[in-house]
Design a protein around this ligand. Sequence first.
Ligand code: TRP
Length: 336
Amino acid sequence: MKAKETIVLTGDRPTGRLHFGHFVGSIRNRLKLQEESKMYYMIADAQALTDNAENPEKVRANVLEVALDNLACGLDPAKATMFIQSTIPEIAELALYFLNLVTLARAQRNPTVKDEMKQKGFGADVPLGFLAYPISQAADILCVKANRIPVGNDQLPMIEQANEIAEKFNRLYGDTFPHVEAVTSISPRLPGLDGKAKMSKSLDNAIYLADTREEVERKVMLMYTDPKHIHVDEPGHVDGNTVFEYLDVFDTKTEEVADLKKQYKKGGLGDVVLKKRLAAVLNEILDPVRTRRSKLAEDPDAVMHILKAGSEKTRKAVQETMEEVKRGMHINYFTH
Ligand code: TRP
């Protein structure tokens, strides 16, 4: 019957405002998927706290910011149910049962967690909640029986772990959870302004969706190009040139970009001309987002109301799953 229905779940950690990397990596995918399928959008505040236990105010403030970023980009609460993770205690409950299905060795093998632990210098002092966040993320996904998850490549290990947990649960307690499929981004990963592999807040190399026109122009002018291209009339490199990587992703006039590349390689085309073009292209994308964002930001209560209604709706669906879970696990004491 409904067993094959596509259910999409996607989420952000509320640890900072969203940037163009998020826009390319996940938001554009979300906007497409909300038109096609049933969709949940989660603000993963409990997950954000796994490495921000000392900064609850930061997480709290960014719940509103990421909601605004997504709404401003066109996420539509009538199509995508938007909710806050911690308002659904059943997710924590499900995660607790999932913890029994995963060994310490397996948790320590998750390559994304390993990288993040190294970055944060945790070593043996890693908070258990952090080490276990992929297990909690499996609960995020499976609590609504989501089967399609739009993610960046760094999240693929989470999907793999969710599937292992779902399979083990199904084997032990009866068929309950679907197989989860990752939907990876259509575009390649966007480098940071400095040409480093990734745009990120901690590397301070990001253009934010809430940046003003002037901020975008200023940041694009700082962008890494070809360090050997000093004089305009000398030939320049297009490969590894961040400005061209961005134009490839965002400039819809592909023929003009191809011509510019030719000129740049031959010599006679300066970085400033290209950067002005890129800033204009990015600002054209951001103008309507900025307008919507500032309008929405005037009424934060209305945004919180959207999240409240979405959380209530999600919780009902999760409670249905939990009845099944508890039946399977023989802990449904007072129901029959
Ligand atoms: N870990 C994800 C990130 O850092 C956020 C997230 C939390 C998520 N729960 C999720 C993503 C469930 C997809 C599905 O971006």
